[in-house]
Design a protein around this ligand. Structure first.
Ligand code: FBP
Length: 564
């Protein structure tokens, strides 16, 4: 066998299954009942107008799995696809689907994400195949992409694929934007009798619906991988005693990943984008707050530390937000003109002239490398590609300038109340830095026990919804450790209007970190202590066996009322 011992063993790992899927020790589909609980959207009228058929059917009410589906359903032809960035556990969703659909129904895999649905690249998934992928990381079994399905031509292509394979249902495994696709497809294919079900995936953790859907799959694995890496770096800092490490963590707009990793490791500084926005901090104020912690530690002889930076920070600094919003409009409006320009300088000259003076000034104040990054193409859903922007390096450059100022002028450290001896120590301190970006390394690791169990059950739930005749829902599974609570949430209840590509678009709302959540309050009450001197912990590598294997993400546990 070419596989590592670990890869062989994880395939044998048994994970818990919710009670509604069990009958005499065998896995069987569940049946759902409509509850009276409604998921409401603030843009209800616009959603109702755009999604009349699915809304009439679901009434935006939550479905709850109540027991086994007694009727045997056969002949369903179901296609499953991955959409967006990979997340650990995706393969187990496919395994769950295959198990629940059983021999009487057919499961197709769509190659390369939504694009494959347009191109009609489907293949039949066999029992042999699912044996190979069980409990493995990655989306490589099918591949994925970020195509947004929005034009009439694309809608027709989807219908062609549906006809070609005589599909009865489509399962979209994706994040907020991908589940927006799922909502659109559910409405589009309603009259053809094709069911569409979404499965909540994303390492970013920004697809949450209160206690109904506390977290998306992939978050636990990714944060445990990042926490191991950050923990190792933290352990290095007082060993070598000379570096400040600036670590950018993936997670797109939301800071859930950064916050979770902070709780697992306790670095000196963690920035939470949502707080920066709420406090209306400028880039200058943010830089000063970082420089203050570094200077204070240096004054006490601590010349090292770790700064955790969320990937999406730049979009949350109010003045940068204005700049990015304006750039989005200019880039969308002058797309063709810009495509015809060949050099970056030419493009920049053109864009500068279209920006209001104060924003052009802010843009010009940024380091060149950074300025170019803000002009990168947006993805097909209109998102700025924050993973490509080196925010951690921007902060290093700006913090260094600030520290130098503080060393030159004692007035600049007055607010830190240093003694003369401490100030002299700080002046001698050399700001030596390293920058890191942990992103891609967290998305495809083998799933944690939590993600492996969660995704298998999500697959069982999605398949059950199809067999029980539903469409237009995203599945949710909670409390697996207590026997499981299996739900289906109406996709249309999650939609709202956002500005994308210079236009208003209907999309699923991103769940951001709430600064009044138990998780944030826990972090906020401790960070001053972590800043002052080292209090870090190193969680070590994620475990599939042993005492820490069952540990929930700290933020998910705190937000659900458990102790840390
Ligand atoms: P989605 O789950 O929303 O697709 O995003 C996951 C993610 O890893 C983000 O954290 C990151 O910003 C983005 O994908 C990177 O995109 P790409 O894989 O296209 O470089």
């Amino acid at each position: 066998d070419h596989r590592s011992l670990f890869e062989q063993e994880i395939r044998k790992l048994k994970v818990p299954v919710a009670k509604v899927f069990l009958k005499n020790g065998k896995i069987v589909p569940a049946v759902f009942a409509k509850s009276s609980e409604v998921i409401g959207t603030s843009d209800k009228d616009a959603v109702n107008a755009q999604f009349p058929k699915t809304v009439a059917q679901t009434e935006n009410k939550i479905l709850k799995a109540t027991g086994n589906l007694e009727k045997k359903i056969t002949g369903k032809r179901v296609a499953v696809l991955f959409s967006g960035g990979p997340a650990a556990g995706g393969h187990n969703v496919v395994v769950g689907l295959k198990k629940i659909l059983g021999d009487g129904n057919t499961l197709f895999g769509v190659k390369n994400g939504p694009k494959g649905l347009l191109e009609g690249t489907l293949f039949e998934i066999t029992d042999e195949m699912v044996k190979e992928i069980v409990n493995t990381g990655g989306f490589d079994f099918l591949g994925s992409d970020r195509t947004k399905i929005k034009t009439d031509e694309q809608f027709n292509a989807v219908k062609e694929t549906v006809k070609k394979y005589n599909l009865s249902a489509i399962v979209v495994i994706g994040g907020d934007d991908s589940n927006t696709n799922a909502a659109i497809l559910a409405e589009l294919l309603y009259d053809m009798g094709v069911q569409v079900i979404g499965v909540p995936k994303t390492i970013d953790g920004d697809l949450q619906i209160g206690s109904y859907l506390p977290i998306s799959f992939g978050f636990d694995t990714a944060t445990k991988i990042y926490a191991e890496l950050v923990g190792n770096i933290l352990q290095d800092t007082p060993s070598s005693r000379k570096y400040w490490h600036f670590v950018k963590l993936m997670g797109r707009a939301a800071s859930h990943v950064a916050l979770e990793v902070a709780l697992q490791t306790r670095p000196a500084i963690t920035i939470i984008s949502e707080e920066v926005k709420e406090k209306n901090m400028s880039l200058g104020t943010l830089v000063q707050s970082i420089a203050d912690v570094i200077a204070k530690r240096a004054s006490k002889g601590i010349n090292h530390g770790v700064v955790v930076v969320p990937e999406g920070l730049i979009e949350f600094i109010p003045e940068m937000m204005k700049l990015i919003a304006e750039l989005n409009e200019v880039l969308a409006h002058y797309e063709v003109d810009l495509q015809n320009m060949h050099t970056m300088d030419e493009k920049k000259d053109f864009i500068y002239k279209k920006l209001p003076a104060e924003l052009a000034k802010l843009m010009a104040s940024l380091p060149d490398e950074f300025e170019n990054m803000l002009l990168l193409d947006r993805d097909s859903h209109g998102n700025l590609q924050v993973s490509q922007i080196p925010t951690e390096r921007l902060l290093i450059i700006m913090v260094e300038e600030r520290l130098n100022e503080m060393k030159r002028h004692e007035d600049e450290v007055r607010h830190l109340n240093m003694t003369a001896e401490e100030y002299a120590r700080f002046q001698k301190f050399k700001f030596a830095t390293n920058s890191h970006f942990f992103g891609y390394e967290g998305r495809c690791g083998a799933p944690t026990l939590f993600d492996a169990a969660y995704t298998l059950n999500l697959g069982l739930a999605a398949g059950s919804l199809i067999l029980d005749g539903h469409t237009g829902y995203i599945v949710a599974v909670t409390d697996l450790q207590k026997g499981g609570n299996v739900l289906a949430l109406p996709l249309t209840g999650l939609l709202n209007i956002e500005r994308r590509h210079g236009k208003d678009e209907m999309v699923i709302k991103k769940a951001l970190v709430e600064t009044n959540s138990p998780t944030f309050l826990f972090f906020a009450s401790r960070r001053a202590v972590w800043a002052e001197k080292d209090h870090f912990t190193s969680p070590g590598p994620r475990q599939l066996w042993g005492p820490s294997a069952k540990q929930l993400p700290v933020s998910v546990a705190l937000n659900q009322g458990y102790d840390s």
